[in-house]
Design a protein around this ligand. Structure first.
Ligand SMILES: NC(=O)c1ccc[n+]([C@@H]2O[C@H](COP(=O)([O-])OP(=O)(O)OC[C@H]3O[C@@H](n4cnc5c(N)ncnc54)[C@H](O)[C@@H]3O)[C@@H](O)[C@H]2O)c1
Length: 486
């Protein structure tokens, strides 16, 4: 049975939490006094689904269900975890957290998304405050992995560990703070930058677009990869950080920055910020901008994954966990005849100018089916051995349209110690129309030696079992076909 979490508040951040939890198979009980909480959560979830379809081919668990409830107590009663994301007002949060603590089970971890309020203050009125922590995420919560975990004076160390473990299950990268501090680590950095950015606009040095350009064409690109300290370690050349500090350390004393001075937020400055940011948005709606942001974030994370670095390493790790947790990944599923190992939904971006899925997507689905087969026979994808596809014959028989659900079947036609000869069929769920077939030959490869090699005995034993189960299946009509005009 799915685990249930309670969420308090469903704005920008609470909606993002709801999407991340739902996509990872948790049921969500949500409390927000605003009347359109469900609609907002639905919109964010739509963006999140779209982002995950592009982000990963790893099998997410079946989506959880969302229930909107009428009070904080109802959201917290009987759940496994509570995350509060109400407006950033200490009194309001203290009240909510206290109410949740009275309703939740005694060991349930209760976290707050606060951007900077001190956890010691927030936990002050709670029952059993030792299970309270800050879990400070970043927008969009469903996509960015960082969550700062910070306990207060009365937080038990194991609360931080338990919160971090749960966030990891959601594909996040918890940063557990060494001690309690206003605004934690990330917002202290961001606030310094934000203050300077406002000064530059207030002093008419730059427009908001120019400030953004100064970030996104330079340091911003580098930050996702190297952060700030590793950047400067490299900038110090072979002599490293000491050399860098000798060269640029003295400049820190120059009055370049406004330090903690804050520009007065006059009506005139606010008008300027609003007008310039609206112009920067170029008439695009909020959702359009969010989708552009998400698409680019997905691309960056995928690029980092190819280098197994930074947020890409977190994504790769999460994908391994998702594959391992998927029912087919256990290798324990029954050897049905034929096997049913893979399902997919036709994503809108698969659709070409003809209004149905582009031909390459059929091969993608069959490739994913082959991966599912390899996991099914117990192959450790990414380990020292693999099967490589050396030949595919694909027949396109029907059209797949956006949002249609697909499933595939796999029949083992032949095998020996180095080869698998398989026949996949792709069906549309509902009317079970056959949309495509693919016949493939796979060769077992020792990936370290980069040579074809016999598969390990345990893999072969599994293949034998499937072959026995498939022995009586009729040979598919299209098996062995060649292309011709007669
Ligand atoms: N926006 C960000 O980028 C960001 C990033 C990280 C953390 N945070 C933190 O997350 C929290 C929420 O911020 P947000 O940006 O989502 O704000 P928001 O204004 O978008 O959403 C707040 C939501 O809380 C609801 N709410 C009001 N009173 C409530 C109550 N008594 N109980 C439950 N819900 C209530 C509101 O109806 C609203 O939907 C704040 O603590 C903020 O500091 C924000």
């Amino acid at each position: 049975m799915a685990e249930t979490v309670g969420l308090l508040g469903c704005g920008v951040i609470g909606g993002g939490w709801a999407a991340r939890f739902l996509l990872h198979g948790f049921d969500v009980r949500l409390y927000d006094p605003a009347s359109d909480a469900e609609g907002l959560a639905g919109e964010v979830l739509e963006n999140a689904r779209r982002a995950y379809r592009r982000l990963t081919l790893a099998p997410l668990p079946a989506e959880g269900s969302l229930t909107v409830v009428a009070s904080a107590e109802e959201a917290a009663a009987g759940v496994a975890f509570v995350q509060e994301s109400a407006p950033e007002r200490e009194e309001l949060k203290r009240e909510l957290l206290a109410a949740a603590s009275r309703a939740a089970g005694p060991d349930v971890v209760i976290a707050s998304s606060t951007s900077g309020l001190l956890p010691s203050h927030l936990q002050a009125d709670m029952e059993r405050p030792e299970r309270f922590t800050v879990g400070h995420p970043f927008n969009p919560v469903y996509l960015l992995p960082l969550v700062e975990v910070c306990g207060g004076e009365r937080t038990a160390p194991e609360t931080l560990e338990r919160a971090a473990a749960l966030y990891r299950r959601l594909g996040m990268r918890p940063l557990v703070l060494r001690r309690e501090v206003d605004a934690f680590v990330a917002d202290r950095l961001l606030e310094a930058l934000w203050r300077e950015a406002l000064w530059l606009v207030a002093d008419d040095v730059a427009t908001v677009a120019e400030v953004d350009d100064a970030i996104r064409f330079g340091a911003g690109l580098r930050w996702a990869v190297m952060g700030t300290f590793l950047t400067y370690r490299i900038a110090g050349g072979t002599a490293g950080m000491r050399h860098f500090m000798e060269q640029f350390g003295p400049a820190l004393a120059l009055p370049w920055t406004r330090l903690t001075d804050v520009p007065e937020l006059t009506e005139e400055l606010l008008d300027r910020l609003v007008a310039q940011s609206d112009e920067q948005a170029g008439g695009r709606s909020l959702r359009e901008l969010e989708r552009l942001r998400d698409d680019c974030l997905v691309s960056v994370m995928q690029a980092l994954r190819t280098h197994d670095f930074g947020a890409g390493a977190v994504l790769a790790e999460h994908e391994r966990a998702l594959f391992a947790a998927a029912p087919d990944g256990s290798g324990a599923a029954a050897d049905e005849a034929p096997l049913r190992l893979h399902t997919a939904v036709v994503a809108p971006e698969w659709i070409d100018y003809n209004g149905h899925a582009h031909e390459s997507r059929y091969l993608q689905v069959f490739g994913d089916t082959t991966d599912a087969l390899l996991r099914h026979i117990g192959l450790d994808l990414g380990g020292g051995s693999s099967y490589y596809t050396v030949e595919t014959h694909l027949s396109h028989l029907g059209q797949a349209r956006a949002e249609e659900r697909l499933h595939t079947t796999t029949q083992l036609l032949g095998h020996d110690e180095k080869r698998l000869h398989v026949f996949h069929s792709l069906y549309r769920a509902g009317d079970e129309a056959l949309l495509a077939t693919a016949e493939q030959m796979l060769l077992h490869v020792d990936t370290r030696a980069e040579r074809v090699a016999p598969a390990a005995p345990e893999l072969l034993a599994r293949v034998e079992r499937i072959a026995a189960a498939h022995a009586d299946l009729p040979r598919p009509d299209r098996a062995g076909r060649a292309i011709g005009t007669r």
